[in-house]
Design a binder for this molecule. Structure first.
Ligand code: COA
Length: 332
């Protein structure tokens, strides 16, 4: 048994096609000014013919290589998503086939936008059970498959993408840049589930042969209510994880919140008293990529050289369910 887990190989992938705010001006009654001022989003990447497992596969290959591994070294696959390729098989099984590996456990986890942090805790649990564990953790979303682009109040908010890393029970070799998972806190509240839903096609709202798809096939959201809960819940879990680890906000070298909306990010950073230069923001380039949002931001910050040896990084996310959670990392 071991209580430590390590992570490396931070990688991300987004599809080539970009939908700009100007593109939306041609689709619906909106404006670049409205979208930018209310959300901070300018661009989002949208798939043309790729599925969840394709995005996960691209991010995973890089994560495996950056960790100094080959696919055959993996012991488990966890893929966070609410937009899998299909109900069955799960996208992690499709992913393993694309990576040409067989025989190891492969599962999806659905915690909406908090999926990566939920996956982190599951990977950590596997590492404490299996000292040889090398878990491929991906978060991959084709949100565009479940958003009505013709609904201006939700269509402009989301994008597609994937992030990946390897979580290991054993430290990585010195030549692989890596970090350690210090702590994770997960939370959920099902009583608020109706504020953010994608209902149709589930067993409570089944689609029958020849049914037409309605609005409830797509993301439905009470935007203002979600906004308030997002800020309050993320602040609460950040304070909790800092306190539990005897840290102050100023001890955080990089704060990576879920990238849903610039106003949520700024309200949270202000409440947390996080300085601007310690706050990572890329919502302008990708929109809200749901579970993929925090690993994309982590990998991008890593690639830009913003995470140094000894840094403490705090990830936090909030999503449908409601689910929320925070994760504290220390880099070596
Ligand atoms: N372009 C132009 N007008 C738009 C619009 C768009 N893309 N989307 C909505 N509007 C309109 C509404 O129809 C409404 O018009 P009305 O007053 O004539 O009815 C008006 O703008 C205000 O709508 P409202 O929903 O109250 O705006 P808002 O200031 O709350 O901003 C969100 C809407 C969605 C940007 C905001 O609520 C939000 O960011 N919420 C959090 C959503 C989120 O990030 N969820 C994911 C968390 S995981």
């Amino acid at each position: 048994m071991t209580n430590s887990s390590f992570l490396a190989g931070f990688s991300f992938y987004v599809p080539d096609k970009i939908l700009t705010n100007k593109d939306f001006e041609k689709l619906v009654d909106t404006s670049d000014e409205w979208i930018t001022s209310r959300t901070g989003i300018s661009n989002r990447h949208i798939v043309e013919d790729e599925a969840c497992s394709d995005l996960a596969s691209a991010a995973s290959r890089q994560a495996i290589a950056r960790s100094g591994l080959v696919p055959g070294d993996l012991t488990h696959i966890i893929n966070a998503t609410f937009t899998p390729d299909a109900f069955v098989p799960n996208a992690a099984c499709v992913l393993m086939e694309k990576l040409d590996i067989k025989g190891i456990p492969a599962m999806d986890v659905n915690a909406a936008c908090t999926g990566f942090i939920y996956g982190m805790e599951l990977a950590r649990g596997l590492c404490s059970l299996h000292p040889e564990a090398k878990v491929l953790l991906t978060a991959s979303e084709v949100v565009s498959s479940r958003v009505n682009l013709m609904d201006r109040s939700t269509g402009v908010l989301f994008g597609d993408g994937a992030g990946a890393c390897i979580v290991s029970a054993m430290p990585f070799p010195a030549n692989v840049r890596s970090g350690q998972i210090l702590d994770v806190i997960l939370r959920a509240d099902g009583s608020l589930s109706n504020l953010l839903t994608v209902k149709a096609g589930g067993s409570a709202h089944p689609l029958r042969l020849n049914d037409r798809v309605g609005e409830d096939f797509f993301v439905q959201m009470e935007g203002r209510e979600v906004f308030k809960h997002a800020v309050r819940s993320m602040q609460g879990v950040c304070l909790e994880i800092l306190k539990r680890n005897n840290l102050q906000p100023e001890d955080i070298d990089l704060f990576i919140p879920h990238q849903a909306n610039i106003r949520i990010i700024e309200a949270l950073a202000k409440k947390m008293m996080i300085q601007e230069d310690k706050l990572y923001i890329n919502v302008q380039d990708y929109g809200n990529t749901s579970a993929a949002s925090t690993p994309i931001a982590l990998a991008e910050a890593w690639e830009k050289g913003l995470i140094n040896s000894g840094d403490t990084v705090l990830l936090v996310a909030f999503g449908g369910g409601f689910t929320w959670g925070a994760c504290l990392l220390r880099f070596s």
